[in-house]
Design a protein around this ligand. Structure first.
Ligand SMILES: [Mn+2]
Length: 371
């Protein structure tokens, strides 16, 4: 059997104020093409279908259309769990009748102990859950974090293993040894909630959501699919797509999905970026974060850049203000002009030019006359 593994759709997410719904629908259309070309038998969606627990009406309509397309129009069995961004209660609405068309959706811990069998494989659909849910379910107050809770969860699942089947866990959690990117909400700090990879050993395969980088974890049988799109500038270098899992061999293949618009990060001088011969060779349609290496003031810089790059998602300076490096001692005794020279030196790494020095003196003299 071939299973398409995806996760972290985050439908309704905005990127620096840009609505991504059209981008998400476009990449979803490509996901459908891959499912059809690869002739998959079922589709795993490992959590975070929505970006928010209270999604907009538009986002809800998009997710409903996507699930309808996959499950009703194309007939794929769907193996779905809720993620930490989803509202488990809202997503659970309709669960009971979804099953009649093989849309298997779990949003509560107790539901994870009824495996779904497709062909030769048992799927355990474990939604994102809070430790308190495990404490209540197992009546064990010692289960203070997900890492501890996962031990009895896996043990209980093992008692349900059909010996002649393969066993696949679908989950949405942080596995130990994996690395974060900026678009994941860091709810838990300190690593206490990192599930030990060894505790997942009973499974033939673990298909995960939660971390948006498909390379977040390097493990033979445990895989994050990565998010559907690049959801932060920190993910510019990450290729997004889906995995195709072959349950006969438990091997997987990554299939990239091209986005409607790329995400890029440019570091350059303003004058260079604003040179037509240069910028016409760039991907001007991409969501673009810009780091300017200039030190001087550029009037209307954002408006000018937006005329070249309509999707600017961030603008900063390579030589940012580094106040901590400004000598504090005796600063008050120096007087305004030396203080300004020090500040300029500390923030830009260069000295005031003669012209800048003259302007500074004029401005300071003028301001002293006024006060
Ligand atoms: Mn996520």
């Amino acid at each position: 059997m071939k299973i398409l593994h995806t996760a972290d759709w985050h439908i309704g997410k905005k990127l620096a104020g840009f609505d991504l719904l059209a981008d998400q629908e476009a990449v979803f259309a490509r996901l459908v093409q891959v499912a059809q070309a690869q002739q998959v038998d079922a589709i795993i969606i490992a959590g975070d279908l929505y970006d928010r627990a209270l999604p907009s009406e538009a986002a809800t309509a998009v997710v409903n259309r996507m699930l309808f397309r996959l499950n009703r129009e194309l007939g794929y069995p769907l193996l779905v769990v809720s993620g930490n961004h989803d509202s488990a209660v809202r997503l659970n609405t309709g669960r009971d009748w979804y099953q009649s068309t093989q849309l298997y959706l779990n949003t509560r811990l107790d539901q994870a102990f009824t495996p779904v069998t497709l062909g030769e494989t048992q799927f355990f659909l474990l939604p994102y859950f809070e430790p308190v849910a495990a404490r209540q379910y197992f009546a064990d107050e010692s289960l203070t974090n997900i890492a501890k809770a996962m031990v009895p969860v896996v043990a209980k699942m093992q008692t349900l293993f059909a010996p002649d089947k393969r066993h696949v866990l679908v989950g949405h959690f942080f596995a130990a040894g994996s690395a974060h990117s900026d678009s994941e909400t860091r709810v838990n700090v300190g690593g206490l909630d990192a599930v030990a990879v060894g505790d997942l050993a009973p499974f033939d395969y673990v298909a995960l959501g939660h971390l948006h980088n498909r390379h977040a974890l390097n493990a033979e049988k445990i895989q994050y699919s990565g998010a559907l799109l690049k959801y932060s500038v920190s993910e510019v270098a990450q290729e997004k797509g889906v995995y195709i899992l072959d349950t006969a061999t438990m091997t997987r293949e990554f299939v990239p999905l091209a986005p409607k618009y790329e995400v890029q990060h440019l570091t350059d001088r303003y004058a260079h970026l604003a040179t037509p011969d240069y910028y016409q060779g760039l991907d001007r349609e991409a969501y673009t974060a810009i780091t300017l290496t200039d030190t001087q003031v550029i009037p209307n810089v954002m408006a000018s850049l937006r005329e070249i790059f309509p999707r600017v998602i961030g603008l900063d300076r390579a030589h940012g203000v580094r106040l901590a490096q400004t000598p504090q001692v005796q600063a008050a005794k120096l007087g305004p002009l030396p203080l300004l020279q020090d500040f300029f030196q500390a923030t830009t790494g260069t000295q005031l030019s003669a012209q800048q020095q003259a302007w500074a003196e004029q401005a300071l003299t003028a301001s002293q006359k006024e006060s």
